[in-house]
Design a protein around this ligand. Sequence first.
Ligand code: C2E
Ligand code: MG
Ligand code: MG
Ligand code: MG
Length: 282
Amino acid sequence: QAKAAGRGRLRLFDPGMRAALHNRVREESALREALAEARITVHYQAQFDAEGRVTGAEALARWHDPARGWIPPAEFIPLAEDCGLIGALGASILEQACEALARWQRQGHGRLTLAVNVSARQFHEVAFVDTVRDILHRTGASPWRLRLELTESLLLADVEDTSEKMHALRALGLRFALDDFGTGYSSLAYLRRLPFDQLKIHQGFVQAAQQDPNDDAIVRTVIALANTLGLEPLAEGVETEAQREMLAAYGCTACQGYLLGRPAPEAEFVARLDAEAAHPTE
Ligand code: C2E
Ligand code: MG
Ligand code: MG
Ligand code: MG
């Protein structure tokens, strides 16, 4: 019988699966190493108001591997979630972001808001609220200037836990954006019950709206919904002036995208702020 089980196991691990498993183990240890060596850093993408002024930034995680080059967050964030590293990785990102925010506050850019993405596993970890509180305390960043970006799937994973933690963090002063709105399945009832202050329109809708009447309808509906509920609509992935004009005509003036600024290292982001402060007409 043991022999039969052994044979079964052998069949389970055919060469293809063995290679996949091996690859996965290698990726996990590469991530672990990158985290230990602080090779996962943060870039900042500016966010703008109707007048084209920078109102803040979104922190975006960046992993540069000496051998493989840049590895996109869409790959390593899910990997970190799967192998139990998301708590440590998320805390490292949040800490780097809050250190930057505190620096900006000291450098005379105190009105900026910094948005940080939080993944579902990270948010639902028992210690999440304490971790945020500790990081704010350690870095001296103003909680009023920090906005967490949550996704619809996160809300639905555990509605009670989501609500409790959001309200606890709200009491500390934090604000919340619902990221990639329209790509998930959140119910409108949650939108009213949970303390969001901003709805981010997914870039896929923004970019397709001028070709596809369905996407156009979604963009208009999401903006109207946000404005009705007293949330600020912010359009992601704005790449052309025509998209920006369309969004403004629909009532969405807050935006973020390659048209106005790409994610960049902190020094580059701050240089831009300083340049704008020196030439306020632009
Ligand atoms: P997201 O939060 O929706 O971030 C916006 C993504 O769109 C970013 O990709 C940004 O670089 C990209 N983007 C911004 N403007 C434009 C544009 O005009 N055109 C196009 N084509 N893309 C634009 P990125 O940095 O690769 O991040 C992808 C996703 O990975 C993020 O989507 C977010 O869900 C996740 N992510 C990134 N950093 C973190 C993090 O620190 N923590 C967590 N949990 N997730 C993160
Ligand atoms: Mg985001
Ligand atoms: Mg997202
Ligand atoms: Mg998004």
